[in-house]
Design a protein around this ligand. Structure first.
Ligand code: 9D3
Length: 258
C-alpha cells in the first residue's frame, strides 16, 4: 500500500515565508483531497498553471484521503443507509482531512478567505463568477467524491460550496477539480501575460469569441476571410462583432435569451 502523497513541501514552505515577508494576499494555497492523488501528478506542470506555481502565486497539493483513516485497511467508504447500489464516502476521514488542512472542523469556524469546495453532481453550477471569487481567496480545499456519492453531512456541515461543472456524469470529482483549479489560477494577478486581459474574454461580455485565422490565407482551398487581410481595422472590428454574434446564435442561443 502506497500511503505517500504527491505534494511539494518546498512550495508549502515558500508560501509561508512569502506571506510572512510581504503579507501578499494574492498567494493562493490549494489542497485537493482525493483517493487518487496520482491523477494530478503532472496536471499542473503545463502552461499558465506551471508558470503561476513557479512564480509562487499558487501552491497546489494533492492529498490521499486514505492518510486520514485510522483503521488497518484505510477504509474510506461504506454501504449506504437505507440500502442501494454502490458505496458512499464516509464522513470521518473527510472531516479529519479538512480540519488538518484548514484548522476548521466545520463550516462555521472556517476563516474568511478559505473555502471548502465539495465537487458533486448535486452542486451549484461552476461559473466564471465563482472562479473569480475563488481567485480572491487565500486557501481552497477541494474534496473529490467517488463511488455513488459522499455522506451528505459533508455538504451540510463542512463544505462552504458544493459545486458541479455541468450536466453530465463523471466517474469522480477529480476531473472537476482540475477544471475549477485551471479556471481559478489563470485569474490570479500576474498569472496571465499582462497583454491579455481576462476581462475581455469569452463569457465576460456574454458573447463567444470571434473566429480566428492565421497563415496560410488559403489552406487547401479553405480561405480565411479577405477582410482580415485588408488592414482596415474598423472593418475588421465590425466583421468580428458580427461573426461572434452569429457563432453565439448557432452554438449558444441560451446566452442571447436573457
Ligand atoms: C447523479 C449521479 N449519481 C446518481 C446515482 C451517482 C454519481 C455519479 C457520478 C455520483 C457521483 C458521481 C461522480 N461525479 C462527481 O463526483 C462530480 C461531477 C459530475 O459527475 N458531473 C459534473 N460535475 C461534477 S463535480 C463532481
Amino acid at each position: 500500500m502506497k500511503d505517500w502523497v504527491w505534494q511539494n513541501r518546498k512550495d508549502c514552505f515558500q508560501v509561508k515565508t512569502l506571506k510572512s515577508k510581504i503579507a501578499n494576499d494574492t498567494v493562493l494555497r490549494i489542497d485537493i483531497v482525493t483517493i487518487f492523488p496520482d491523477f494530478f501528478r503532472e496536471a499542473f506542470d503545463y502552461g499558465i498553471i506551471r508558470r503561476a506555481r513557479a512564480a509562487q502565486l499558487v501552491s497546489i497539493q494533492a492529498h490521499d484521503l486514505r492518510s486520514w483513516t485510522s483503521d488497518r485497511h484505510h477504509v474510506v467508504d461504506d454501504r449506504p443507509f437505507g440500502g442501494g447500489d454502490g458505496m458512499v464516502l464516509k464522513p470521518e476521514p473527510i472531516f479529519a482531512a479538512v480540519e488538518s488542512l484548514t484548522g476548521a472542523s466545520h463550516r462555521e469556524s472556517l476563516a474568511a478567505g478559505k473555502r471548502i469546495i465539495l465537487l458533486s453532481p448535486q452542486g451549484k453550477p461552476f461559473t466564471q463568477a465563482l472562479a473569480s471569487e475563488f481567485a480572491g481567496c487565500e486557501q481552497l480545499v477541494l474534496i473529490c467524491g467517488r463511488y455513488e456519492g459522499v455522506d451528505e453531512r459533508v455538504a451540510e456541515a463542512l463544505a462552504s460550496d458544493e459545486v458541479s461543472i455541468g450536466d453530465y456524469v463523471l466517474s469522480g470529482g477529480e476531473p472537476a477539480a482540475l477544471v475549477v483549479i485551471d479556471a481559478t489560477v489563470r485569474l490570479l494577478p500576474g498569472a496571465l501575460g499582462s497583454e491579455t486581459s481576462a476581462a475581455h474574454e469569452s463569457f465576460s461580455d456574454g458573447l463567444l469569441d470571434c473566429p480566428q485565422y492565421t497563415r496560410p490565407p488559403d489552406f487547401e482551398g479553405l480561405r480565411a476571410p479577405d477582410v482580415l487581410l485588408t488592414g482596415n481595422h474598423a472593418e475588421i472590428a465590425r466583421w468580428r462583432r458580427q461573426a461572434a454574434a452569429e457563432k453565439t446564435k448557432r452554438n449558444r442561443p441560451d446566452l442571447l435569451e436573457e
